[in-house]
Design a protein around this ligand. Sequence first.
Ligand code: PTT
Ligand code: SF4
Length: 612
Amino acid sequence: MFGWTGNILRVNLSAKTFKKESYNEDFALKWVGGRGFAAKILYDELKPGIDPLGPENKFVVALGPIAGIPAPNTGKAVVAAKSPLTGFYGDGNLGTRMSEQLRKAGYDCLIVEGKAARPTLLYIEDDKVEFLSAEEVWGQGTYATNAWIYGKYGKGVGVLNIGQGGENLNLYAMVRSLEGRAGGRPGIGAVMGSKLLKAIVAKGSTPIPQADPPAMKTLGLGDLRAVGELNKKTGWSIQSTTGVLAWCNEVAGLPVRNFRKTSHPEAWKIDGERVNDARIATYGCPNCTMRCGVTIHDHEGRESELDYENVGLLGSNLEIFDLPQVGSLNYLCDEYGLDTMSAGCVLSFYADAIERGATTGDFKFGDAERAKELLRMAAHREGKLGNLLADGTRRMARAFGHNSEAYAMQVKGLEVAAYNCKFIPGQALAFGVAAIGAHHREAWIITFELKHTTRESYGPEKAAKVIELQRIRGGMFEFIVACRFPWIELGWPIENYPKYFNTVTGLNWTLDDMWQRADRIYSLIKLNYLREFPGASRGDDYPPAVWFDPENADKEGPIAGRVLERDKYDGLLQHYYDQRGYDRRGIPTKETLKKLDLAQEAAEAERYGALT
Ligand code: PTT
Ligand code: SF4
């Protein structure tokens, strides 16, 4: 077997034991790696109903066949667990040298079980595993923790760590890497915190097994250079992801005032041009010649790395149009290890709920200083309010009542990304049916929808596009494990990815082989959801109710008077189910499960009444 090490490292923090386990070729070919490995392992090993913050939950780091190989943008890793925010499978994908170092240590996957007795740093070096004290940095943010680790081990190691948010079990706490990236939106950092696992460091010395190393070296290094050239030519990295803000504002798709409005005259103050003007440095993940991270000085003079999602949800959505202040909120999320996207939605929901009279409080849209205090309180679960804010919008809405769930911007418990779908049906569907809740990772259909189709359409072509993107974005890139940006932002041909995969593994897969695995993994995550929530219905695949509310329509601008239409959305959802081979409740049919080779997993789900 080439491309896979064939090994999983299983660590038990309670017993301070570890085991090198091997897996066979059938497992590798069926689940490939990354999200595929994580979803399968967690499905098989976790009983439905367990407490995500209890020792029975497992924290998984999973890599894929091309992760860590010098080739375009392979410096990524998947982190996964049962999510404390959504109650079912959750994951994230972040830039980290772990991708290479864990594989060089001999493992494609790490499973962490149990709970440590004291704050722990898990150190992995080839066959050695050590359970070291992290008490010195417990209570500290990710910047100090990264500096401490850097001081001990230098820069060549793979590092994942958490901040105070993860330690205090904030339900949208993230995992952060030494490279400053963050992943695991649905509270995967809180799962690390629940295990008193402050950090993981990995270092390896064995080359990753490859079918044809010289061919891969020539191909990978040549393509890294070519992607770098293409990037220079397109100029994409000048604004990077923050370039999206001006476009969203123009097409009435920007979140403003808890998604009440879709554009704002002051949006230009925080757009990509302003971010580039304020740029002080450029960041990149390992094996990347695009380097999309842009840092600016925040209000307090610290260096803060901005992406579109962060600016949209901590900026326009809170009506904060002061870039350094947005930088400060972003910095605090990184420092505490909170997901900027959920944090932005939590704060905007809180301001909205106060304004609409569902609760009382002293926070208003536009108040950056109070927003900073609220983030601190949420990260530390300070007092009643801190606890409330740490639980995410769905639980907050349940606590507030007064029909506030209608404008809590989440699907399946995960807060929506920075695209205001008041009248963008395809993107609304993409959020509704995204595997782990309302993440744009799965299907970012908005540009296709607004550039190549009409906003009015709820036709089958949009359902088909969502599935196509789910296969590519939520599928292939998540199981071979590479960053999707060369493809999506520079138009780097998608056919290159099976080429890298085949050169590393010695196989001969086509894109269709990739899509087959993508569909299997997507449906396995669906089974995981159904097993956790038997009786789930198509209503679970709806976006927030406020997007259907005529009272919430824009009063002026390109979509004045328009919102999503419920009966038409329902029709679009049905197109999606039909094309996926799911029944009217959104449950995969027996034939579909058989076709996807999920019969054994389906039988398991059936025991919990998930398919009836
Ligand atoms: C991702 C999500 C995103 S998606 C952003 S900005 W984006 C936010 N980044 C955060 C951050 O930073 N700090 C923080 N405290 N919270 C944050 N929350 C948000 O997290 C990310 C890039 C980006 S920037 C995107 S779109 C692409 N995502 C990829 C993906 O998901 N898969 C893949 N194979 N390739 C991808 N390439 C791009 O990577 P989550 P990252 Mg993160 C600081 O993982 O949980 O999915 O959350 O991944 O390495 O930080 O890079 O406009
Ligand atoms: Fe990381 Fe950006 Fe490069 Fe992707 S394009 S690997 S997110 S720096």
